[in-house]
Design a protein around this ligand. Structure first.
Ligand code: ZN
Length: 355
C-alpha cells in the first residue's frame, strides 16, 4: 500500500513509499484512510526538527489528524463494524499512574508514544490497524468535517481545562481572547462562542478570507501588526477573562499572560521547540499574576472525552454556522504531492491529504 514517510531528523525527506498493508489481530480494527490533516508538527517532522521512528526502524510514517472507514474488524472487536467512520486518538500509554488511569494526555513519565510523531507510525497510509479502544466513532453526518476532530480535541482540552481550574472561585466569564487564528485557534474560538462567550482573536496576518469567518462567528479580530496586545483591554474597555494562546510564539505567550484580567485563566497550548529569549518586566509579570489572582496552565494532547466533546461541538457548530467548518479545509492534495501540500500550509487554514 501507499504511505508517506520521513527519515526523522532529515530535512525535507517526506515522500511516498510502498509498505505492506497491515494485518489485524483479534482485538484490532482495519481502517481505510480517507483524509489526513496536516499541522505544524507535521511540518516540523518534514523539516527534520521533530519525529522519532518506531524502535528498530529508519522511517516514520507520519500524519496524526485522521479520518477513515472501518473495513475490517478482529473477532473480539465489539464497538465497531465495517462502514463506521472513525478518528484515531494519537497518544499511546506507558506505565505511569496517569496513563494507567486512561489519562495518556497527562502522562507523567514521558515514555508514551504518539502515532505519526513519536515511536509509532501515523495515518498517512492507505490503511492502518488499531486497537478499538484508541478509536472514536464519528457520525456519518459530519462527513469530511470529522478530519477536524483531532485538532478540535486539543481545543476542547484547552477550554475544558480553563473551566475546570476556575472552579477555584465564583466566576462568570464574559470575554475570551484567542491568540493565533490557525485551524486550532479558529476551532477554539468557535467552541468558546458555543459556550456563550464574547470572543476576541488576535494574530499578525491580514487575511480577507479569515475576516469573513470572524464576522460569521461574531468574533472581534485585532491585527497584532496594528495594535499592541497590551492595548486591547483598553481598546475594548473591558478586562479579558480567558486567554487561550495558540500562536506558536513563546513571546506572545508571555505577553498574553500579562494582558489577562483579574481572576483570569490563561491556557498555553503552543509547542515552542526553539531557544528564544525575550526581555520582560519580571516585577510587572509577577505582580500582575499575584495581585490579579490569575492562573496560568499549560496543556498538550487531549483526553478521549475531549474527542467526544469535539464531536458534540463540531455538530453544534455545523448547525449554528452551516458551511463554516468546511471553509476551514482550504486545500486538498493527493499523497503524491506531499511536499507541495506541506509548503502550501503557510497560505492555508487546513491542508488535507486525500487518499
Ligand atoms: Zn504515562
Amino acid at each position: 500500500m501507499k504511505a508517506i514517510a520521513v527519515v526523522p531528523k532529515k530535512k525535507g525527506s517526506a515522500r511516498m513509499i510502498d509498505v505492506d498493508t497491515p494485518v489485524i489481530t483479534a482485538t484490532q480494527v482495519l481502517v481505510k484512510v480517507k483524509l489526513v490533516g496536516l499541522d505544524g508538527t507535521d511540518k516540523e517532522i518534514n523539516e527534520g526538527s521533530y519525529g522519532e521512528p518506531p524502535e528498530g526502524e529508519k522511517m516514520l510514517i507520519f500524519g496524526h489528524e485522521s479520518l477513515g472507514e472501518v473495513v475490517g474488524v478482529g473477532a473480539e472487536v465489539k464497538a465497531f463494524k465495517r462502514g463506521d467512520m472513525v478518528v484515531a486518538t494519537v497518544r499511546r500509554p506507558d506505565d505511569c499512574i496517569n496513563c494507567q488511569a486512561g489519562e495518556y494526555d497527562m502522562c507523567l513519565k514521558g515514555d508514551y508514544t504518539e502515532r505519526g510523531i513519536k515511536g509509532r507510525h501515523g495515518f498517512l497510509s492507505e490503511y492502518y490497524a488499531e486497537e478499538e479502544r484508541f478509536l472514536v466513532k464519528v457520525p456519518q453526518s459530519l462527513g469530511d468535517l470529522a478530519v477536524l476532530l483531532e485538532p478540535a480535541s486539543v481545543a476542547e482540552k484547552a477550554v475544558r481545562t480553563a473551566f475546570t481550574v476556575q472552579k477555584r472561585m465564583k466566576w462568570e466569564p464574559e470575554i475570551a481572547m484567542v491568540t493565533g487564528t490557525g485551524s486550532l485557534g479558529l476551532i477554539t474560538a468557535m467552541i468558546l462562542r458555543l459556550r456563550g462567550l464574547e470572543v476576541i482573536s488576535v494574530d499578525a496576518s491580514d487575511d480577507a478570507y479569515k475576516d469573513e469567518i470572524f464576522s460569521e462567528l461574531g468574533i472581534v479580530h485585532f491585527n497584532a501588526k496594528k495594535i499592541n496586545l497590551h492595548d486591547i483591554p483598553h481598546e475594548i474597555g473591558r478586562q479579558i477573562d480567558i486567554v487561550i494562546e495558540e500562536t506558536g510564539s513563546s513571546s506572545v505567550a508571555m505577553h498574553a499572560i500579562m494582558v489577562a484580567g483579574t481572576n483570569a485563566v490563561v491556557v498555553l497550548a503552543s509547542v515552542t521547540g526553539g531557544d528564544k529569549h525575550i526581555e520582560i518586566c519580571s516585577d510587572c509579570f509577577n505582580q500582575g499574576l499575584v495581585l490579579g489572582n490569575k492562573t496560568v496552565v499549560g496543556i498538550v494532547n487531549a483526553h478521549r472525552r475531549d474527542f467526544e466533546q469535539g464531536i458534540v461541538d463540531l455538530l453544534a457548530a455545523e448547525a449554528r454556522w452551516e458551511g463554516l467548518l468546511a471553509k476551514l479545509i482550504t486545500a486538498r492534495y493527493p499523497p503524491e504531492k506531499i511536499q507541495e501540500a506541506l509548503s502550501s500550509m503557510r497560505e492555508n487554514i487546513k491542508v488535507v491529504i486525500e487518499f
